[in-house]
Design a protein around this ligand. Structure first.
Ligand SMILES: [Zn+2]
Length: 423
């Protein structure tokens, strides 16, 4: 007897199957004849593994407009607004309330794995301590990873290194550096060396904010690939943004893509925030505000798409939808070819799961029963319409249901000669 049987769902391009679940684990995919304590009619919906958010900021999310709105929309003003918010409003309760709201919004849409950056420049670690508590609170249905992120630099600020070590002691999953924001190139290199050394020592993921600047001279990516190989941290290393790559000479792009591939590191792109922030200082023609996703993907690099900022001083929009990020990506990266849509869906599911190092990801017998049911014909249809998942299953339980929206259109009688099938 199963705990739950989900009848008649589509998986991949195969036919319709049933999913039998027991003790939170998928026991059978195929025809299920045994009954379940509970049975759900899957209505031929598409079953997909859950979305994986590989770069988000739960500490800054939903703060947009306080203490004031970012007037220029630029990154540096965003950092100023955030520093003021932190001084005036940031409390333990405030962080918990906003983080839980974001988790509700995103898990309702089918995000069941999440990696959040946490700014650790605050000496009292208000946001980090609150988010460590949130991680525990939501652990029964969502895997939340926390990455310590030194917004003010690791080496240029006197407290940077100490703060990072304390964050590791408090219990983060990974650490970061922002080499292009350090005062000098040498300090940028030192920040990376320090980050890798601590990651090795304390068994941490590395997730670098790398070359998030429209400057062809910003070349920290090559240092990251080199350190990833020397340290053997390889696939435990990710770089976000790498916007400078859009400005590199072609010969250097070829070299660096080879190094990324050899080092096996992951690249995370955040098309929503990247295209809003980048290209601002270019004269026309302006860049597209995104790294070279298509070339990276075609070279076999593991690329993930992330939502990133959500109603924060850095980005006044965001719905928590990874499909919206994917929709933006297919435009910016020129990925509207027939095979591209499947690739982009992987970037917000299985590729992103590799970034987080998720074990047993995907809909398969023996795996945890984490999946969503969604109304879509295929990947192209998913990205075009961005439907919300109708059911979200986490560890064998339904955690969210969203009935499809239905519009009653009553103007057909007003149209002379409207074909009968449209009535
Ligand atoms: Zn970010």
């Amino acid at each position: 007897m199963y705990d739950l049987v989900v009848k008649n769902v589509k998986i991949d391009k195969k036919g319709t199957v049933d999913i039998g679940i027991k003790e939170g684990v998928i026991k059978r995919i195929g025809k299920v004849n045994e009954p379940g304590s509970r049975e759900i009619e899957g209505m031929n919906l598409l079953a997909l593994p859950p979305y994986v958010e590989s770069h988000l900021h739960l500490d800054t999310a939903l703060t947009n407009g306080r203490p004031y709105r970012n007037q220029s929309g630029e990154l540096f003003e965003g950092i100023q607004v955030w520093n003021q918010y932190r001084e005036q409003y940031l409390t333990h309760e405030d962080v918990i309330k906003r983080a839980l709201e974001v988790i509700e919004i995103m898990s309702s849409q089918g995000v069941l794995y999440m990696r959040s950056m946490v700014d650790i420049s605050d000496p009292s670690f208000t946001a980090l301590k609150a988010l460590l508590e949130v991680k525990e609170k939501v652990a029964s249905f969502i895997d939340l990873q926390l990455i310590a992120f030194p917004q003010n630099g690791l080496v240029s600020s006197t407290e940077g290194e100490q703060q990072l070590k304390r964050a590791i002691e408090l219990g983060v999953d990974g650490i970061s550096a922002v080499p292009h924001l350090e005062a000098t190139r040498e300090k940028g290199f030192k920040s990376l060396e320090l980050c890798f050394q601590l990651a090795l020592q304390y068994d941490q993921f590395v997730h670098i904010f790398c070359d998030e600047i429209d400057d062809s001279q910003s070349r920290f990516l090559e240092v990251v690939t080199s350190l990833a190989m020397e340290s053997s941290l390889n696939e435990r290393v990710s770089v976000s943004h790498v916007n400078a790559m859009a400005y590199y000479e072609e010969a250097y792009v070829r070299k660096i893509i080879g190094q990324i591939k050899a080092s096996n590191i992951n690249v995370v792109t955040a098309p929503l925030i990247n295209c809003a922030m980048q290209g601002r200082f270019d004269s026309w023609p302006k860049g597209r505000g995104i790294t070279r996703v298509k070339e990276l993907h075609e070279s076999g690099v593991n690329v993930a798409v992330a939502h990133d900022d959500f109603l924060s001083p850095f980005y006044p929009l965001g719905t928590g939808s990874l499909l919206a990020a994917g929709h933006m990506l297919v435009h910016l990266a020129h990925m509207t070819g027939a095979e591209d849509f499947d690739a982009v869906i992987k970037m917000l599911t299985s590729n992103a799961a590799k970034v987080l190092g998720v074990n047993q990801y995907g809909i398969a017998e023996g795996n945890e029963a984490n999946f969503i049911l969604i109304r879509a014909k295929n990947a192209q249809d998913l990205i075009r319409r961005q439907p919300v998942a109708e059911f979200v299953f986490s560890k064998g339980r339904i955690i969210a249901e969203t009935p499809p929206q239905k519009t009653k259109w009553s103007a057909m009688d007003l149209v002379d000669g409207m074909p009968v099938q449209n009535k």
